[in-house]
Design a protein around this ligand. Structure first.
Ligand SMILES: [Zn+2]
Ligand SMILES: [Zn+2]
Length: 133
């Protein structure tokens, strides 16, 4: 984790490591508020955590996503999130966000806009989650 942060050109501060660790362990994108809540025992100031999230996004270790509620959520770009752009399922009732597999078929179409091939898009699937059905 430390090496990943250093290789990306950032100083491996304890809060950055903790934020990246949390993002990599999360199954769905998390908001700044979620991260602050989960790291509350560490007494880091919310502004520091926000900077950590944006720094990690700027160097490509994480990505920012807006599922349509104008809240930035962050997720790590590794493992199950390696490909970067993948659709998110958003529950219209409770707001739960879940990651869906990559839409490789759409991504590889020759006529798809360049932004899709470069994975600079937000893909949202809206409906009711299992708990709200
Ligand atoms: Zn729901
Ligand atoms: Zn995701």
């Amino acid at each position: 984790m430390r090496a990943a942060v250093r290789d990306a050109g950032l100083r491996a501060t304890p809060s950055r490591i903790a934020v990246l660790h949390l993002l990599r362990g999360a199954e769905a994108p998390v908001s700044h508020g979620d991260v602050v809540g989960k790291l509350a025992s560490q007494a880091w100031d919310p502004a520091t955590i926000y900077r950590n999230l944006t720094d990690l996004s700027d160097v490509g270790l994480a990505r920012r996503t807006d599922v349509g509620d104008h809240v930035w959520r962050f997720e790590a770009i590794t493992g199950s999130h390696q490909a970067g752009a993948h659709p998110h399922f958003v529950c219209t009732e409770c707001g739960t966000v879940a990651c869906l597999p990559d839409l490789e078929y759409v991504m590889t179409r020759a006529k798809a806009p360049r932004a899709i091939r470069q994975k600079r898009v937000e893909i949202q699937v809206r409906g009711r989650c299992d708990a709200c059905m």
